[in-house]
Design a protein around this ligand. Structure first.
Ligand SMILES: CC(C)(COP(=O)(O)OP(=O)(O)OC[C@H]1O[C@@H](n2cnc3c(N)ncnc32)[C@H](O)[C@@H]1OP(=O)(O)O)[C@@H](O)C(=O)NCCC(=O)NCCS
Length: 180
């Protein structure tokens, strides 16, 4: 991961996080979800949401940034489980990299540092949701995540299956040794 640093997000990052979010969504979900949802995404509205989330300080938001020009190329947000799942105390809410920076180990490092932060915050287990048709689910499997259950969700006019991946022990993710 030479030339890339990972740090906590600050308010001034909201625009760049929004750009990563929208661009990665379009690259990842074209063909998987309702195209109208993707075309309706906007940098401005995403930036406004990210500004709120950063200001609220309810979640951990880590960004991966290029050392040479400061460009943000990925992010990971996490915090308490949103659906009060009794088995997993924390959740990775969103994890996205720009397409040209994928498969270089940056996602693994973002998750490792996210796990460290979650442990510091008192959590011991984690889960995340991923579309069943998203090839990136293999990423979570490579980190030792196990499918716990699935659910049907609706995004725009698309009915979609989501899978819930769980880790009983966050220390596995923190160590970076979770490859199976
Ligand atoms: C998912 C994501 C964050 C992973 O980060 P990454 O930096 O690309 O992944 P890494 O390089 O750390 O990959 C670690 C391992 O995970 C597995 N993996 C990652 N992405 C994979 C894919 N698309 N298909 C199959 N295996 C994958 C591989 O085993 C990989 O090791 P290898 O490259 O040595 O084979 C990134 O690919 C991404 O942003 N994808 C698009 C957005 C997305 O789907 N986000 C998740 C939404 S729930």
């Amino acid at each position: 991961m030479e030339g890339i640093s990972i740090r906590h997000a600050v308010a001034g990052d909201a625009r760049q996080i929004a750009i990563v979010h929208v661009d990665s969504w379009r690259a990842t979900y074209t063909g998987l979800i309702d195209p109208e949802v993707l075309s309706a995404l906007s940098y401005d509205s995403r930036e406004a949401r990210w500004l709120e989330w950063i200001a609220e300080k309810k979640s951990n938001i880590l960004v991966a940034q290029k050392d040479d020009d400061g460009k943000i190329i990925g992010f990971c947000s996490s915090g308490p489980t949103t659906d009060r799942d009794p088995r997993f105390s924390s959740e990775i809410y969103a994890l996205y990299l720009l397409p040209e920076y994928q498969r270089k180990g940056i996602g693994r490092e973002l998750v490792r540092l996210t796990a460290s932060q979650l442990i510091t915050d008192g959590f011991n287990s984690a889960m995340t949701w991923v579309l069943a048709d998203n090839p990136s689910r293999k990423f979570y499997e490579s980190l030792g995540g196990k499918v716990i259950r699935s659910r049907a969700i609706t995004i725009g006019s698309s009915d979609i299956e989501e899978l819930n991946y769980g880790w009983d022990d966050l220390k596995l993710l923190q160590s970076g040794r979770a490859r199976i």
